[in-house]
Ligand binder design. Structure first.
Ligand code: HEC
Ligand code: HEC
Ligand code: HEC
Length: 136
């Protein structure tokens, strides 16, 4: 990257964090509603999850796929179950809907992970507290 590109990128990141990110989280637009998580706790505190969820997912994928070592607590389907967002008809929304938990932040930072071409983006219904709180 040249210095100009770097400067543009830095400004873009700053604008993102100051405006979209902070504001969106407290308003009622297409931002992910953290309250959509059925029950907690998450794997790590929210600020750490925001920063590290991608690493956690990639580590879990590598361990599961390469070494056959699965941690049900960290499975993608468990993220999806806890973070399910429901529509007006009480049906879980899929990743093609901008309100999906895994989608709204990504729209803003323009990352588009392809995970849901293979993995389900909706939980297996019905979602119960036992499913979300325990292992599955
Ligand atoms: C081409 C299809 C495909 C894509 C795309 C894909 N996966 Fe997977 N993934 C698999 C398969 C197959 C397995 C192994 C079978 C299983 O465990 O369900 C797996 C396993 C996993 C696991 C461990 C098991 C589990 O359910 O947690 C994680 C975590 C995971 N993938 C995360 C991701 C993430 C994150 C992305 C996007 C960046 C992604 N995958 C994209 C096919 C895919
Ligand atoms: C047992 C339910 C549960 C599971 C499983 C779970 N989460 Fe969470 N997650 C939560 C809750 C509750 C919060 C909000 C915590 C808080 O605000 O302190 C949260 C917060 C987050 C955040 C921060 C959101 C924000 O706006 O700050 C991200 C990102 C996240 N989770 C991703 C994931 C991923 C990825 C997985 C799977 C590897 C996962 N979560 C699994 C319940 C869960
Ligand atoms: C609080 C906002 C937020 C939420 C909610 C969120 N993400 Fe992310 N995600 C990001 C940001 C920001 C990045 C890019 C920066 C980075 O790499 O950490 C990212 C990057 C990723 C990447 C890497 C993409 C790439 O191309 O390298 C994956 C995979 C991912 N997220 C999966 C998920 C999944 C699955 C969920 C839902 C369970 C989710 N994210 C929810 C903010 C979020």
């Amino acid at each position: 990257m040249g210095p100009l590109t770097t400067a543009v990128a830095v400004v873009a990141m700053a604008v993102f964090f100051i405006s979209g990110f902070g504001e969106g989280r407290s308003s009622d637009n297409a931002q992910p509603a953290v309250t959509s998580a059925t029950t907690g706790p998450c794997l790590l505190p929210a600020p750490d999850m925001r920063r590290r969820h991608k690493d956690l997912l990639f580590e879990e994928r590598t361990k599961a796929v390469r070494q056959g070592d699965r941690n049900p607590e960290a499975s993608l389907s468990r993220c999806i179950t806890c973070h399910a967002v429901f529509d007006e008809a009480a049906q879980p929304i899929a990743y093609d809907d901008e309100r999906h938990f895994c989608r709204a932040c990504h729209l803003q930072v323009a990352v588009a992970p392809d995970c849901f071409t293979c993995h389900r983006s909706t939980p297996v219904m019905p979602v119960t507290p036992i499913q979300t709180g325990g292992t599955q």
